[in-house]
Design a protein around this ligand. Structure first.
Ligand SMILES: Cc1cc2nc3c(=O)[nH]c(=O)nc-3n(C[C@H](O)[C@H](O)[C@H](O)COP(=O)(O)O)c2cc1C
Length: 350
């Protein structure tokens, strides 16, 4: 499937479908299944030095919801439109053991022409720098540095980070990028009114690719108990995030220029969504909750779906990148349409 080959800075992926991290990327079987499913890259569940962040995994809860906010069964039968509310934590292994497993998985990934991506979530920057150096020294080919989890406000102090200031994004990114020579992917929060500003800061400080963008926080009152579902606010995601992700991708492409590679994430549920993310400016796209909910077949189906889309238009995946973003106009550039608006209101209002 060479029409799906994608370039992310110095790295080439056999296809732009990334198995993004969540709980299904903790145990060996999950990572092996993602590699076997054909993903271009597989991201191992993140770690850091915080015991509180690890403890949070032991208190994690998840609920799958339909469009009426009703809990539905977890599993392959779940509709792609199912949304997920969750409270998660980090990888249960200590850093050294986590790194050993990542190195073992990297060997499996290399044999399958897949990129194995270790992921660090920021707690203390000095410790993050040490861990980044250890990742490089272990022979891993790339590092994901996540500074945009949705949880910083809700988690134990200092366990994880939600960085929303461009200056701090630049400082943190620079520290990591100066410490290692492997490509660094910086994963940004979507909880910002200016994601392109954060992306510009990360790219300017040396990030080879910028991942746009992390999930948002939500709280859903349960009508039976009249308490918040799962007892807290949680990370909230689903298919509806796709246009928000595409909007940020398009703006980031405009801010950074077409040479800087972007990775789209949040709300991508299958191959056609991957194509949409590419059209919006991503060079690759991550799927996490769709796979955690419905299984690793989602990855194989997404690759096949993207391939069918490209084949149907006689285009390569690389040729899709940014086409919609570059065709995007501003409101002021759109033609007047007289009383078009009157077709979209109830008859009494016309
Ligand atoms: C339960 C759960 C756990 C997650 N754990 C991680 C993690 O350890 N590291 C990370 O970078 N992102 C993590 N994420 C975020 C996902 O990788 C992804 O950015 C987000 O869920 C949006 O993509 P999606 O719509 O495909 O799920 C997690 C998401 C979920 C739902």
């Amino acid at each position: 499937m060479s029409r799906l080959t994608s370039r992310l800075g110095r790295l080439a992926l056999k296809n732009p479908v990334i198995a993004a991290p969540a709980e299904h990327m903790i145990r060996d079987g999950g990572i092996e299944a993602a590699i076997a499913a054909g993903a271009g890259a597989v991201v191992v569940k993140s770690t850091n030095e915080s015991a509180a962040a690890r403890a949070q995994l032991r208190a994690a809860e998840y609920v799958a919801l339909d469009s009426r906010w009703r809990p539905v069964a977890w599993g392959p039968e779940a509709d792609p439109a199912t949304m997920i509310l969750s409270r998660s934590g980090l990888h249960p292994l200590e850093f050294e053991a986590w790194l050993d497993r990542a190195v073992a998985h990297d060997a499996t990934a290399r044999a399958a022409e897949c990129l194995l991506v270790p992921s660090l979530i920021l707690a203390d920057i000095d410790r993050a720098v040490e861990m980044a150096r250890a990742v490089e020294a272990a022979g891993l080919r790339v590092l994901e540095f996540n500074i945009g989890t949705p949880y910083a406000r809700e988690a134990a102090a200092g366990a994880v980070a939600t960085e929303t200031g461009a200056e701090r994004v630049a400082q943190l990114t620079r520290r990591i990028c100066e410490a290692v020579s492997i490509p660094v992917w910086v994963k940004l929060t979507g909880q910002s009114n200016d994601v392109p500003d954060l992306a510009r800061a990360a790219a300017g400080a040396g990030a080879e690719s910028v991942i746009v963008a992390g999930r948002l926080l939500g709280m859903l009152p349960d009508l039976e108990t009249q308490a918040p579902m799962l007892g807290t606010s949680g990370g909230y995601g689903g298919f509806w995030n796709l246009p928000l992700t595409c909007h940020w991708l398009a703006l980031c492409r405009a801010a950074l220029g077409p040479e800087r590679t972007l990775i789209g994430i949040n709300g991508i549920t299958g191959g056609e969504d991957v194509a949409r993310a590419l059209l919006a400016g991503a060079s690759a796209a991550g799927l996490a909750s769709a796979v955690m909910l419905r299984g690793f077949g989602v990855i194989t189906e997404s690759i096949a779906g993207l391939d069918a889309y490209c084949a149907g238009r006689d285009m390569t995946a690389a040729e899709l990148v940014g086409r919609a973003a570059d065709a995007r106009k501003r409101f002021a550039d759109m033609p007047e349409l007289a009383e078009n608006w009157t077709a979209y209101i109830p008859p009494e209002s016309r």
